[in-house]
Ligand binder design. Structure first.
Ligand SMILES: N[C@@H](CCC(=O)N[C@@H](CS)C(=O)NCC(=O)O)C(=O)O
Length: 198
């Protein structure tokens, strides 16, 4: 398997999962911040020139959530995806999709409008949109360590990467359980490794 990657991007998600699974992989750094994603050879792999992309034999996959769903199933013995057909599997799908469809956009809005394109009004809009998301995640976690309960899963990789970014942006201050969740996840060696440049 080859993961097309750059640190400080969504490509850290599948790398985090590969590290949790102890699965072998090759890393290919694509510096999307220097335009390397738009090189014609790479556009053959990722039509939008973004990271992550994963190749596994003849298969090429894009979208961090799809790659994580695939990896967790390919390495089912790693136990990071609940059994097919179980209610827990349903909740797992919910969090895998919620992470990118609902949780990520407000956090990225705050990131964008406090950094690359400063705009306090739009940043505040992002903060307001994060609030109900944070409340839902907080309530769903309850007093359990991970989003599906006692066991860490690939859903914690997807959701956790968003919550960890929200934490960096100080969006979780009214949600101590979210703060503890972010701390618990970012302390994991696989998370730390996923941020490395090589
Ligand atoms: N929805 C995609 C987003 C991928 C994406 O936009 N990646 C960014 C880095 S976080 C990128 O490579 N941007 C460079 C570009 O689009 O030119 C995913 O989750 O994989």
């Amino acid at each position: 398997m080859r993961l097309y990657f750059h640190p400080m991007t969504r490509a850290t998600r599948p790398r985090w999962l590969l590290e949790e699974l102890g699965a072998p992989y090759e890393l290919e750094i694509v510096d999307v911040y220097k335009g390397e994603g738009k090189r014609p050879e790479y556009l053959e792999t990722h039509p939008h020139g973004a990271v992550p992309a994963l190749t596994d034999g003849d298969l090429t996959l894009i979208e961090s959530s799809a790659i994580c769903l695939y990896l967790a199933d390919q390495h089912a013995a790693g136990g990071l995806a609940p059994p097919l057909g179980s209610a827990e599997r349903g909740r797992y799908y919910q969090w895998m999709i919620y992470s990118v469809a609902t949780a990520e956009p407000p956090v990225l809005k705050v990131l964008r409008h406090t950094q690359r394109e400063p705009n306090p009004a739009l940043a505040d809009e992002g903060r307001a949109q994060w609030e109900p998301v944070a409340r839902f995640i907080d309530r769903s976690l309850g007093d359990r360590p991970f989003i599906l309960g006692e066991r860490f899963s690939a859903a914690d990789v997807m959701l956790g990467s968003v919550v960890a970014l929200a934490e960096r942006l100080k969006l979780n201050e009214s949600f101590p359980r979210l703060q503890a969740y972010a701390k618990r996840l970012t302390a994991r060696p696989a998370f730390q490794k996923s941020r490395a440049a090589t």
